[in-house]
Design a protein around this ligand. Structure first.
Ligand code: PEP
Ligand code: MN
Length: 354
């Protein structure tokens, strides 16, 4: 990272950028409170920091050790930006003082099912509507989401999804499973989800980041925190900082029966919120995989400072085509919202204290 002198000229800045580029790196220029900050994107070992420090107009050149410097709080501080990014989607603020609830079915199954659930979650206190149209499934024989039936089915489902969001005044989020779906989905939704299984797909991350839409980015169940944050960097390097990080459980340990689908890594929530300026939310549904734990894991997530939750809700969970065992009813979701809000009120905004 290079901090320019406050009186550095345009030519001096341009010369520094050129120098960086001739070493095969990219420069990320930002205006800090009083001076220009230039971030280096690429392998910093290719360039001598002593050399950079000697260039005219440079106040300081320092190596940032963290592999995810572009999303680090230190970087935000130096750039004079907020250490707690608030992502605005319509009237909803993610990462602000209000707890955000994203809710809806695992999969959009029909127009009637979607509208019934959308109405239920809205009434219960959800601010954002979720619904899967392209489902990542372990078996080719399972329902793949309405998007699995081809472009016509996908477009129809996306139109219903948009209509439900508009009718019930909620921004909408759905998962993009592959690069070929990005352009179509971006036309309809407010937030694009990158599922756990795609956390590592660099080309997909870059393509989605370039849409400029906010992104709900899920941690892979086998990924360490540093790895997750490093991959988030691919999107921020494309100048999209509207990334909502989502903890959704990691692989359970040991032999024998796993009582939960995954293990919710609660400590990852405050850890990530201390490391980065990005808001962190929790998905208790996929972490637990069973409906009796959703409310308590949601409460625990709020207690450790999560900015919000993404919860699977179905008006008739046992009939759901996907993830029937973990979906809760709109009434149960309402109880969850009430419980989480009272915890949030009691502890205050932990993110800002962190
Ligand atoms: C989902 O949210 O629909 C989903 C499939 O979650 P994950 O990618 O976390 O498994
Ligand atoms: Mn699901």
């Amino acid at each position: 990272m290079i901090i320019m002198k406050s009186d550095a000229t345009r030519e001096q800045i341009r010369a520094v950028v050129k120098d960086i580029e001739t070493h095969g790196l990219r420069a990320d220029i930002s205006q800090g409170d009083f001076r220009i900050i230039i971030g280096l994107i690429g392998d910093e070992r290719k360039i001598s920091f002593d050399h950079l420090a000697m260039l005219p107009g440079v106040k300081e050149a320092r190596m940032v050790e963290t592999p995810y410097k572009l999303i680090s709080r230190e970087y935000a501080r130096l750039r004079g930006e907020s250490e707690h990014r608030i992502i605005k989607v319509g009237n909803v603020e993610i990462g602000g003082d209000t707890l955000v609830f994203i809710a809806g079915p695992c999969a959009v199954e029909s127009k009637q099912q979607l509208f019934k659930i959308a109405e239920g979650v809205k009434r219960a206190g959800a601010q954002v509507l979720r619904g899967g149209i392209f489902k990542p499934r372990s078996s080719v024989h399972s329902f793949q989401g309405l998007g699995g039936s081809g472009e016509e089915g996908a477009t129809q489902a996306l139109e219903w999804f948009r209509e439900a969001g508009d009718k019930f005044e909620m921004p909408v989020v759905t998962e993009v499973r592959g690069e070929s779906q990005v352009d179509l989905i971006a036309k309809y939704v407010d937030i694009i989800q990158i599922g756990a299984r795609n956390m590592y797909d660099q080309d997909l991350l870059v393509k989605i980041a370039r849409t400029g839409k906010p992104i709900l980015y899920k941690r892979h169940f086998g990924a360490g925190i540093e790895e997750f944050l490093s991959f988030a960097e691919y999107m921020v390097a494309e100048e999209n900082k509207d990334i909502i990080l989502c903890e959704r459980g990691i692989l359970p340990l040991g032999k024998g029966k796993s009582y939960t689908r995954y293990t919710l890594d609660l400590a990852a929530v405050p850890v990530m919120q201390k490391e980065t300026y990005l808001p962190v939310i929790v998905d208790p549904s996929h972490a637990a995989g069973r409906r009796d734990l959703i409310c308590s894991l949601s409460c625990a997530s709020v207690a450790v400072g999560a900015c919000g939750l993404i919860v699977e809700v179905h008006h008739n969970p046992s009939e759901a085509l996907v993830d029937a065992q973990q979906q809760i009813t709109p009434d149960e979701f309402k109880e969850l919202v009430t419980a989480c809000e009272s915890i949030h009120r009691a502890i205050g905004n932990k993110r800002n204290g962190g």
